[in-house]
Design a protein around this ligand. Structure first.
Ligand SMILES: Cc1cc2nc3c(=O)[nH]c(=O)nc-3n(C[C@H](O)[C@H](O)[C@H](O)COP(=O)(O)OP(=O)(O)OC[C@H]3O[C@@H](n4cnc5c(N)ncnc54)[C@H](O)[C@@H]3O)c2cc1C
Length: 160
């Protein structure tokens, strides 16, 4: 599916990764990555439907594939897990932000079984097209910061 592209000698030159090695592909080339085998239906706040104190993120909420996608959804799920434990109202990222629209879109799409094998990522495919159509795509940090500020959400994850 995907193979490491970073030459091993460069990887090994990084502190802490001197002895790292690739074990890819696994299983005599028959399989190198067992993923995408379970989707857990969630609410937009990433609480698992039907389990009051369980929150979900990444490739389990629908195929939210990628590191950014894991960070975006994992931050929200973790934040809401803490809010739940403190008996506070759960937070939903607004759809005016690409991160909020992304999560909302996946949650809606995976309601239908036929969408559960689709991959959603900021870096291409279905969601990248939607992000452009909705005028959410930009690489301008100041513009993104302004959007977040207008919604009153600067430093939201630092708040109690
Ligand atoms: C070879 C390869 C290259 C990639 N390259 C890129 C890239 O360049 N850029 C990019 O953005 N994305 C890349 N990806 C995708 C990205 O790595 C994943 O989408 C992302 O790591 C998924 O994060 P996750 O938290 O959803 O799942 P994972 O990172 O898979 O985390 C799930 C964790 O749950 C643990 N777990 C599973 N079952 C249990 C259990 N029963 N009990 C307890 N723990 C359990 C697993 O051990 C694992 O640590 C790549 C993926 C692969 C395989």
């Amino acid at each position: 599916m995907m193979a490491p592209f970073l030459p091993l000698e460069i990887l090994n030159s990084l502190p802490g990764l001197e002895s790292a090695r690739y074990v890819d592909p696994y299983a005599g080339s028959k399989g190198n990555s067992i993923r995408f085998n379970l989707i857990t239906l969630c609410e937009a706040n990433l609480r698992v439907i039907g389990v009051e104190n369980l929150f979900c993120a990444g490739e389990k909420i629908g195929l939210a594939v990628g590191h950014t996608e894991a960070i975006v959804s994992g931050s929200l799920a973790g934040y809401n897990a803490v809010r739940y434990a403190r008996e506070k109202e759960l937070f939903v990222l607004p759809e005016e932000l690409s991160v909020g629209d992304y999560i909302k879109y996946i949650i809606e799409m995976v309601q239908k079984k036929e969408n559960r094998s689709k991959k959603f990522t900021f870096s291409g495919s279905i969601y990248f097209e939607r992000m452009k159509e909705k005028n959410l795509y930009t690489t301008d940090h100041r513009k993104i910061r302004d959007r977040v500020a207008k919604l009153g959400l600067l430093d939201i994850f630092k708040r109690e």
